[in-house]
Design a protein around this ligand. Structure first.
Ligand code: 13P
Ligand code: ZN
Length: 281
């Protein structure tokens, strides 16, 4: 077996965690990442039939969480309580690779060296993977973090999918192009529970970005670049929204401008037209 620490997917998640930390999205142990790995890409780095131990779910009853659609799948997942700033310096302590067994139990294959376990948001992550995979079989990443500006928006902005999506779309030109599907918004809910997992996964049927009010955001994508890029782009528009603050807004993108962008990038079939005052196009 080759040295797992040199595997591209381990290097990639380390770089991601460091970037997220440096952007201020992941103070202390804030945030978590899960990365669906293919058998093909792990096989030269890890024997997936060798289980180190089983990790029981915590705070979630098995009856509330059916992992069967993920049977056999292998995930690289950040550990609970682990600091993102430390991930790149000690991946084996701060990360784990787990496999969803045929019997639904979660087996640790590598990592969490000192007896740790996966993120407390593991059920929400797995539910989101199930949800996104049903929409896009190529989805591989679910990530959660606490980006300052998006989070701050949830204290002062109406908490509907439509209002949130429209504000972000109209405060930065690229946003409607990057996430024409918009952004979903959940009210404050208790994190780490099956309820917030179910609610997030339900939103992920319609969105790749889901805001947890007064807490943070979830992003999903086929790659780290896609999921990271979604959050980064929404966060930038949220930052502009706050810089503008309560000063009178003299200029912002109009619906006509948004439609021009949508036509230019030929993304008519991806847009949430129901968020437009005038959905004709
Ligand atoms: P974990 O340390 O369990 O991943 O929790 C961090 C977090 O952001 C909870 O929402
Ligand atoms: Zn969080």
């Amino acid at each position: 077996m080759k040295n797992l620490l040199e595997a591209p997917f381990v290097r990639e998640i380390c770089r991601l965690a460091t970037n997220m930390y440096r952007l201020g999205w992941d103070e202390r142990n804030g945030g978590n990442i899960s990365y669906l790995l293919s058998e093909e890409e792990v096989k030269e780095w890890l024997d997936v039939s060798k289980e180190l131990r089983l990790i029981p779910l915590a705070g979630v009853e098995n009856v509330d969480f059916d992992v069967s659609p993920l049977k056999g799948k292998v995930f690289l997942v950040t550990g609970t309580g682990k600091y993102f700033k430390n991930v790149e310096f000690d991946p084996e302590e701060n990360l784990g690779i787990v496999r969803v067994r045929e019997d639904g139990q979660i087996a640790l294959l590598w990592g969490y060296r000192s007896g740790g376990r996966f993120t407390s948001e593991f059920p929400a992550h797995m539910m989101c993977h199930i949800s996104r995979l049903s929409k896009n079989p190529k989805n591989r990443i679910v990530m959660h973090c606490h980006p300052t500006n998006l989070l701050a928006m949830t204290y002062v902005h109406p908490l509907t999918d439509r209002d949130f999506s429209r504000t972000l779309w109209t405060f930065a030109t690229e946003d409607v192009v990057v996430f024409p599907d918009g952004i979903g918004v959940l009210p404050w809910m208790l994190c780490g529970t099956a309820e917030i997992g179910v609610a997030t996964a339900k939103k992920m049927q319609d969105y790749r970005l889901v805001v947890w009010s007064l807490h943070g955001v979830y992003g999903a994508g086929e790659s780290i670049d896609e999921a990271f890029g979604l959050i980064e782009t929404a966060e930038k528009a949220a930052q502009i929204y706050h810089i503008v603050g309560s000063r009178p807004v003299l200029n912002r993108l109009s619906e006509a401008n948004l439609k021009e962008l949508i036509h230019l990038f030929k993304i008519e079939d991806q847009v949430k037209w129901e968020f437009f005052d005038d959905p004709s196009h």
